[in-house]
Design a binder for this molecule. Structure first.
Ligand SMILES: [Zn+2]
Length: 251
């Protein structure tokens, strides 16, 4: 199994967005927000040591998986596993490319259209995750509340919506300036505080996480009880698990 070693520190990453990690002032009730300002296309996935998706005019598709960036310029990408800013502190993805099953991507596009009409936008933290990377995660954190256990051999059936078939996505919301809304925790906070119904969160975080769930559910996604940022495609038929390298989506 390939394990990607650290190459160079990413010194400026956290400052790149030019805002605090979480918004401190309430932005009003999201459900009551007026028409949005058009969110400019932003290129925030600037990781100098990791290959990026070149500009494309067509949708790259491999075994039913597609690149999200080909669908819509309104998504913002901060792919944590293409950086050292993750629970393992090392780069897992040699390519900063967000990939989902096509039908799941189309549902996410629907959700983002709703968020954008309210003045927000989806920021993607993780999407399709090759099975070999999932096995590394499970070795590092064998806790099924936070990391799903990949079978040693991909099963011949009985699949579920998972990152490793491109039917799960990790995300948060940003406002029109690109600043993340206040949510219960940071990404990959493997504690009870990451539960979307954790009683100790702030009122603002509760309001935003409930708004996030409401819109995602309306687009066909299901939340999970342990991680507020994780959503499964609840409408698509689960397909086989895959181990296609992310680099294959760069061409
Ligand atoms: Zn997830």
């Amino acid at each position: 199994m390939r394990i990607f070693k650290l190459f160079l520190p990413l010194l400026f990453l956290l400052g790149a967005a030019g805002c605090l990690p979480a918004q401190t002032e309430p932005a009003g009730d999201p459900a009551l927000e007026g028409p949005s300002q058009e969110q400019p296309a932003q290129d925030r996935d600037v990781y100098p040591e990791v290959k990026k998706v070149p500009p494309q005019k067509r949708v790259k598709e491999i075994e039913g998986l597609v690149r999200l960036a080909d669908f819509d310029a309104g998504f913002i990408f901060d792919l944590k596993y293409a950086t050292e800013d993750n629970f393992m502190g090392r780069i897992f993805y040699p390519a900063a490319v967000a990939v989902l099953k096509k039908e799941t991507a189309e549902r996410l596009l629907q959700a983002n259209a709703i968020f954008r009409s309210d003045g927000y936008s989806i920021k993607i933290w993780d999407a399709y995750r090759p099975l070999s990377v999932q096995r590394v995660f499970w070795q590092a954190c064998p806790d099924s509340r936070f990391v799903s256990n990949p079978d040693p051999l991909p099963p011949a059936g009985g699949w579920k919506a998972r990152h490793y078939n491109g039917m799960s996505v990790d995300l948060t919301l940003v406002d029109a300036t690109g600043c993340e809304l206040q949510m219960p925790t940071a990404f990959d906070d493997f504690s009870e505080k990451a539960a979307p119904d954790y009683p100790g969160m702030s009122d603002e975080a509760r309001r935003y996480v409930q708004y996030l769930q409401r819109v995602m559910e309306s687009a066909g996604f299901a939340p999970i009880s342990t991680e507020w940022w994780h959503f499964n495609d609840a409408q698509g038929t689960p397909t086989p698990y895959l181990d296609i390298p992310l680099e294959d989506f760069l061409e």
